[in-house]
Design a protein around this ligand. Sequence first.
Ligand SMILES: C[S@@+](CC[C@H](N)C(=O)[O-])C[C@H]1O[C@@H](n2cnc3c(N)ncnc32)[C@H](O)[C@@H]1O
Length: 313
Amino acid sequence: MVAAGRALGAREPDPAMRNPDWLAEKLLGPEELALIQEHPLAATLINRGAKPIFEELGTVAAMLVRTKFIDEALRQAVEDGARQYVILGAGFDTRAHRFAKQLREVMVFEVDTEATQARKRRRAEAALGPTPQNLTYVTIDFNRQKLADVLAGAGYDPALRTFFTWEGVTMYVGEGGVRETLQTIAQAAPGSRLVLDYATRAVLDFMAKSPDYGSSPFLAKWGEPWVFGLPDGREQDFFEELGFRVCQRFPVFGPESIKRYLTRPDGTVIGAPAPGAPPRLNPQRQNMASVLSESGSSYYSLAELAVPDRPNA
Ligand SMILES: C[S@@+](CC[C@H](N)C(=O)[O-])C[C@H]1O[C@@H](n2cnc3c(N)ncnc32)[C@H](O)[C@@H]1O
């Protein structure tokens, strides 16, 4: 579903506003699209002429922010000397291919559930060619297995500076699995970094009250509901208590994100109604906006965390 959001965003004619994941669409063959056929994103993707409607633009816009923010962090991490790149809950992530040149000297690990990974691998080999030599596939269930254990068996070297991403995953994993995984990452070599995104509990509460909102009915039907949110207002403490230094927290639809990623060269904002057009926000969305703004939190955010130096290491 999120790869479909990236694929739609990559069709944007304006290069400044285009999602840089030009491979997302190649990874969505007929079998993959059939899996999400009820979702409006699939219909829009199949009907090439159709303009995305607002509900889809929400996903397209969020993916634009996520892809660009994480791509930038990846480039920086490699420049800063990361020797390993661990993509947690990789799904249909294409960075091992898109950044093949920059990652030549970097070991890449894609970590995901067995079923999703097998499908991704099959499709990637068919559509993008042989698995890059530096890429290792590793399976995990974050709710049942320790990241340290599965990485240890896959050739990961804990002494090497590593860049981790955990994109679009924490909301699907129980709190125990999230904490356990973060604790492993916090033990990585000093200077290692993690970029992840997370929802706060306010979103989970809202979803529980509004099961028909947005993609929730699809996620429920597919058996993949959101189950975890960080405690509102205590996000920084949550990460620090697990041993990280918080480099930045970046609300996906916050003012800085809108300025940096979602404002077109002509000043209009992706997803915002054109001047004079009737408002496109539906009542449910307004409701969510008001519920979440009342909670006073940045309810859906990216964060960049660093593994601090250990004085006695
Ligand atoms: C919404 S997708 C995001 C995929 C990819 N990171 C992206 O942003 O396109 C969620 C991913 O989390 C993985 N995932 C969810 N729960 C998991 C679990 N308990 N253990 C391992 N992976 C899990 C799924 O297999 C899927 O690949």
